[in-house]
Design a protein around this ligand. Sequence first.
Ligand code: ATP
Length: 376
Amino acid sequence: MPDDPEGGMLSWDESVFRDEHVFEIDYVPETFKHREGQMRNLTYALRPAVRGSRPLNVMVRGPPGTGKTTAIQKLFDEVGAQTSDVRTIRVNCQVNATRYSVFSRLFEGTFDYEPPSSGISFKKLFGQIAEKLVDDDRVLVVALDDVNYLFYENEASDTLYSLLRAHEEYPGAKIGVVVVSSDPALDVIDELDSRVQSVFRPEDVYFPVYDSPEIGDILDERVTRGFHDGVIARDTLEHVADLTADSGDLRVGIDLLRRAGLNAEMRASRTVERQDVDEAYEQSKYVNLSRSLSGLTDTELTLLEVIANHDGEQAGEVYDVFRDHTELGYTRYSEIVNKLDQLSLIDAEYTEVDGRGRSRSLSLSYEKEAVLDRLE
Ligand SMILES: Nc1ncnc2c1ncn2[C@@H]1O[C@H](COP(=O)(O)OP(=O)(O)OP(=O)(O)O)[C@@H](O)[C@H]1O
């Protein structure tokens, strides 16, 4: 309860925050600790591009919230500072999950305007990007961030094939690819068609989860920039680091700091206490869930809701309910089930059903209320 004698919240011009923006999702940190080795390997792979040659392809892997996207952003900034002869484009495959949509994004990055909305063929789209590259004598480095989403949609092989063999159709086109996967269960190379495997031999760069001391160290810098002096005590920050280490996702910690700060303000306190952190954790522990949900289509969300209300039932029974909401056939339904499973939103486990052989039972990976609350 308020520990301010006046009661109520801190007044509008009082705040625990010096700069709340450093806790926002799109903030690119000034320093990037504990990733020196990864940055070195990435720089090594891209160095040829700065000299005008095709760079080495790279496969970046690691669980969510381990700094992969940040590394790419830092690296692309550094390349941009060196030369304007390399074009670097990061594609978020959660948003651009088909080959056509990846290339639309590349078109936009190349020409600074979107491709015609009336639609042009993939071949034309590709041709214009490649010709521009050759005309400008530039090297293109494409980062396919969260590439696992291309696999869920069965678009990964076609997309990579087009990028990796561009120089055959468009002589002089120099393209390097950095694929970034955050799905530990996905064997990227293994899942590609053999025609892609034969041309894709990437350098491997791995991002392990940060341990608690590393998390504390990284968050300490946000605290210094984001909060006024003395707002959060050392042992409270260590508590934040420990909670974050449980999930391994640094996003949890950043979200925790922000929410804990807001909770402190709500109590009209100028300091963030352990209770603020613990209350905040009830929301922050779901940042990954919220992020996964934000990338789903309406149909996928509908199916997830049906599964939430029929937790643990057989796939066939769930489909009967789902069919009341959509026109989709069973094949497409199974594909969506697979995607939700790969995203670790559900567990689709094969079980024996009496007299009917094997069937999958579908159960939620999170508490039902946590999912339903976020679907509203
Ligand atoms: N070493 C670091 N120093 C400072 N901030 C970091 C560091 N590593 C990660 N972050 C921060 O943690 C958050 C998550 O990092 P990032 O988006 O790079 O992770 P990711 O591995 O790409 O995650 P995902 O696989 O889910 O896309 C970002 O807000 C980023 O600023």
